[in-house]
Design a protein around this ligand. Structure first.
Ligand code: A2P
Length: 283
């Protein structure tokens, strides 16, 4: 007997499920029991601006009566730069979260759904020109900055780039810390972006629930001026400073209030301003 079956034997052939807008997972890295990053193939037609997000997800469970399945999608910032061949995402794992409780188990070779319609306000087009760019991130809000920090336009537009990342504990800073360290010593990145440009990046990580070199919510460190003293830069000034903000809803609201108090106005794609905000995926 042979293991081969005739090609006409459809009754026993296992159908390969094809998802709508399917992309294939190429790698998965777990950073902690709450955080992981993964890379997928990029649709040939997908063009996006660094900092934008897309809807991604998996097929939901079959409906108990009809057996029909609907896609379960969430907004995810693209963490890879616009020039990359693949797409990278950085995700939280929410216990009992409808999507992330399943998404955290993906393996290379699996398929995810990716709607190729990028949108978002965390883009250079929504910011007026300036001298110093602040990127304020908490948790997985680092993702769009992982893209923007590898985008040549970021360095063409600004003389200084300050990326702050606040997490509960030190382990949760790993994705961002490794990315920035690698960026600064990677030959390909040095060639693409220029050493003098990479030297413009100033990384300011803080933790709130585990002791580290710098502790505290970034909002507190802005309010009490420690951020500026530590970096040796003047307080926020609408004439020179621009900001991009990505974190939880509460974080975004608190930072927006601080930006507005400093005289910065929120921008949009249709009307660029001095700061822009995007909510990091949660759920
Ligand atoms: P904290 O530990 O004091 O809540 P999370 O993992 O819950 O998304 O939080 C990520 C980080 O963002 C934590 O360090 C958290 O600090 C901080 N954070 C949460 N909400 C705010 C806020 N409204 N303003 C400033 N920082 C915040």
């Amino acid at each position: 007997m042979t293991e081969q079956r005739p090609v006409t034997d459809t009754a026993t052939a296992t159908p390969v499920p094809t998802l709508p807008d399917a992309q294939t997972v190429t790698s998965v890295t777990h950073y902690s029991d709450r955080l992981f990053a993964f890379r997928v193939t990029r649709p040939a037609s997908l063009r996006f601006r660094s900092g934008e997000f897309v809807m991604i997800g998996l097929m939901g469970d079959p409906h108990p009566e009809t057996g029909k399945q609907k896609p379960l999608l969430r907004a995810y910032s693209i963490a890879s730069p616009a020039w990359d061949d693949e797409l990278e995402f950085y995700s939280i794992k929410v216990e009992n979260g409808p999507l992330t409780s399943r998404l955290q188990h993906i393996q290379p070779g699996d398929q995810i759904i990716l709607r190729p319609k990028p949108v978002g306000t965390l883009v250079h087009d929504a910011l007026l020109p300036g001298k110093r760019l602040y990127m304020f991130a908490t948790g997985t809000g680092f993702a769009p900055f992982a893209s923007l920090l590898r985008e040549p336009e970021t360095f063409e537009r600004f003389e200084e780039i300050i990326i702050t990342h606040t997490c509960r504990d030190v382990a949760e800073l790993t994705y961002g810390a490794e990315l920035i360290a690698k960026l600064k010593r990677d030959d390909m990145m040095i060639e693409l972006l220029g050493q003098e440009n990479l030297d413009k990046i100033r990384y300011y990580p803080t933790t709130t629930r585990e002791s580290s070199v710098k502790m505290g919510r970034i909002t507190t460190l802005i309010e009490n001026g420690e951020l500026f003293t530590d970096l040796g830069v003047p307080p926020l000034d609408p004439a020179t400073d621009r900001a991009m903000v990505c974190g939880s809803l509460a974080f975004n609201k608190d930072i927006a209030a601080l930006m507005e108090a400093a005289g910065l106005n929120e921008g949009a794609n249709s009307e660029p301003g001095q700061f822009v905000i995007e909510k990091a995926f949660v759920g």
